[in-house]
Design a protein around this ligand. Structure first.
Ligand code: FMN
Length: 318
């Protein structure tokens, strides 16, 4: 359905989803995704798509994240740029993508919507999305407010959905891929794991920090604002949590200076790990190296194939 060799997708990542990473994932047989809003304007997105096309002749997609932002975003213009570019796969996330479906469908675009609950998956199916990415509680970024892990979400999706779905959140190795397929998913979507690859356009210190980190090194911020985000547990995230723990309702103005997107972007560029907040998922606990995307994808597929044919196969023949 996506025209890719391996069932592995690289989810949209703000400031990380540039042509270097997306093309490397696509060249390795997965689906790379450019993050639309990382580009400052729809025109810049068109240029980034053209740059990515020079780096790969394989399919790649664009992510359109529809979330409340401090500065209003011209979503319609970004959607139009995607249509005009001739891109054939879009990953939507955040709010209901319904308003964007007619132009995407008219352009023959396959829409994958990212959902953190079964009710949202069912709604996405109902409004005409072609596929969903089921983002469990383990995931980096916004896991929603239900706190349901993929052990429950994936079998539920398999029981209830008619459209294909990707498992997303907490995935990064062959065991995860084999398990996701066993639970009914058609493939996996990874964010955090792809940050720790040679081609990810972020500072080496960020990647090294992920190698050193354990599964305990993420934090859930913005819980009090009902806009939960899973981020790396650094001093800034801890300070945000302290403010959120204070008595009375949290005022966004109190935490805004700490969580500015520009600081997160600078952190990725200069490697100053305590400058701002950055999204990371629990899978950091299973990241031990910084391979190329080709090495990573080949390894994950080989591990999963071995588990399915050997370990699981032997259980049946025993
Ligand atoms: C640094 C970073 C930035 C992200 N930014 C976005 C984003 O802008 N839009 C989006 O839909 N998802 C975003 N995500 C979420 C990923 O696309 C994906 O759903 C998530 O990382 C899956 O969980 P995992 O990190 O455990 O693999 C981001 C994730 C990371 C790690």
């Amino acid at each position: 359905m996506l025209g890719i060799e391996h069932p592995i997708v690289q989810g949209g990542m703000q400031w990380v989803g540039l042509a270097e990473l997306a093309s490397a994932v696509s060249n390795a047989g997965g689906l790379g995704i450019l993050t639309g809003l990382t580009q400052p304007t729809p025109e810049a997105l068109l240029k980034e798509i053209a740059r990515c096309r020079e780096m790969t002749d394989k399919p790649f997609a664009v992510n359109l994240t529809i979330l409340p932002t401090i500065k209003p975003v011209p979503y319609e213009e970004y959607a139009q740029a995607i249509v005009d570019s001739g891109i054939k796969i879009v990953e939507t996330a955040g709010h209901n993508p319904e308003p964007f479906l007619p132009p995407f469908k008219a352009a023959g675009i396959t829409v994958i919507h990212k959902c953190t609950s079964i009710r949202h998956c069912l709604k996405a199916e109902r409004i005409g999305c072609d596929m969903v990415s089921v983002d469990g509680f383990e995931c980096a970024g916004h896991p929603g407010e239900d706190d349901i892990t993929n052990m429950i979400l994936l079998p539920l999706a398999a029981r209830r959905l008619k459209i294909p779905f990707l498992a997303s959140g907490g995935l990064g190795d062959g065991r995860g891929l084999a398990a996701a397929l066993a639970m009914g998913a058609d493939g996996i979507n990874m964010g955090t794991r792809f940050m720790a690859t040679k081609e990810a356009p972020i500072h080496d210190k960020v990647k090294q920090k992920m190698v050193e980190a354990s599964e305990l090194d993420t934090a859930l911020i913005y819980r009090t604002l009902k806009n939960t985000a899973r981020v790396f547990k650094n001093s800034v995230a801890e300070r945000v949590l302290e403010i959120e723990a204070q008595e009375g309702p949290t005022r966004f103005e109190d935490i805004q200076p700490l969580v500015q997107g520009t600081k997160g972007r600078e952190l990725f560029d200069d490697g100053d790990l305590e400058k701002g907040i950055w999204s990371a998922g629990m899978i950091v606990g299973l990241i031990d190296d910084i391979p190329s995307c080709e090495e990573l994808i080949t390894r994950i597929v080989a591990e999963a194939e071995e588990i399915i044919s050997q370990r699981l196969g032997q259980m049946l023949s025993a």
